[in-house]
Design a protein around this ligand. Sequence first.
Ligand code: NDP
Length: 455
Amino acid sequence: MSKTHSGTKTQEYLERYMEGVTKRNPGQPEFVQAVYEVASTIFPYIADKPQYHESQILERMAEPERVISFRVPWTDDNGNIRTNRGWRVQFNSAIGPYKGGLRFHPSVNESILKFLGFEQTFKNSLTGLPMGGGKGGANFNPKGKSDNEVMRFCQSFMSELVRHIGPDTDVPAGDIGVGGREIGYMFGQYKRMTNSFVGVLTGKGLEFGGSKMRTEATGYGAIFFLRNMLVQHKDTIEGKKVLISGSGNVATHAAEKCLQLGALPLTLSDSGGFVHCSDGFTQEQIDWIKDLKGVRRGRISEAADEFSNVTFHEGRPWNVEADCAVPSATQNEVNAEEAAAMIKNGVKAIAEAANMPCEQGAVDAFMDAKVLFGPAKAVNAGGVGVSGLEMSQNSARISWDEDELRRLLENMMRDIHDSCVEFGGNSEGPINYLAGSNIAGFVKVADAMMSYGHV
Ligand code: NDP
């Protein structure tokens, strides 16, 4: 490869690189999509930085350090033996112990966990805290399972995971299908098996080492980031109508923070459809939905039966007229057609609170239309950021108060925003947050890897 190269050459190198990634990862479209999204912004950045090419840094970064896959047998309430598959992808430990959530959902497979672990590496770097990237989970569906079944599954899952994690090695957290209940069962099993009480999981209950603000951090952080993007572009979040998808941890806290900052959360959703409140959901309604989805484990459509100003619709919420959108459910939940509808309806800013919720075609449409686009690895980094603070509190055996943690979260989101501006500044249009977040996350991990030699 030449020492520096032109735009055309950069494109050629990117295409050749992606051919290699696609060939080495057959049947893993989500992972290839995530690598492309990062590589397409990193290749132009490193075009005049031969040290990164010579050390094959992007090739090494797209290969997880380790993928562990294991059997998870458990017994259901009728005495039947059931078997699921569990994984832990330990993607990159250049700047700290592996860190990233566990997802329990029937769609979980190696491609999805590799995409999430890859993304997590850059996201964790952006927080400024010493955390590497990892992700894990199982193709287990917690929906419709009793508490006892979930407990037995979590205990079996941890019986294998225990040998691969540790407070200085790998510190998992929650994700889709893994909330406080599941973390409690898994932490309890880890403690029994190792006879040690250490900060090996984050998102724990406040009674056993959890951090205040961790539950709220991802959703709150996403809306802080949205506000920062708007302010950077001489606008304000007050009075903005916001579309939110999902109705889990991230979505409900994003809705709550919108309300606190004077914006109107118009929609929430689940896999059955979405609910719309043209007045904007109130705190009382959000609390009711939190209880419905998080405790009673019901369907979002029930909110329309409960509240007279709420309507239920099938499909996704992206055709509703609004100013901003915060997809907060899952990957690939906004396609190019839906992006075009949002642009037509006047949406000015997108903040990806879920991981990779926008398909590549949607991302391209937003960027072409100069809609402010906040990518997941920056927007939702507040969750892992407060997880990092939970690790610090556990190591020091202290517990910070809520005001202090809220201040730290807000500052962290501001710093992440400013790093994106530093690397994604653009004299011709809005800040390119996509390039900014990828480059800011990349530099620290790449430089650490280079210091270690060929690892
Ligand atoms: P939850 O399990 O609490 O909620 C997930 C929500 O998304 C539910 O409303 C669920 O609906 C919906 N959903 C899941 N899959 C689909 C699907 N295929 N189609 C439509 N809706 C779907 O998860 P979280 O809120 O924790 O996570 C949401 C997103 O945020 C994920 O992408 C996650 O990776 C990301 N994230 C989460 C963090 C955290 O701290 N929790 C941190 C950073 C990122 P239903 O009930 O019908 O399944």
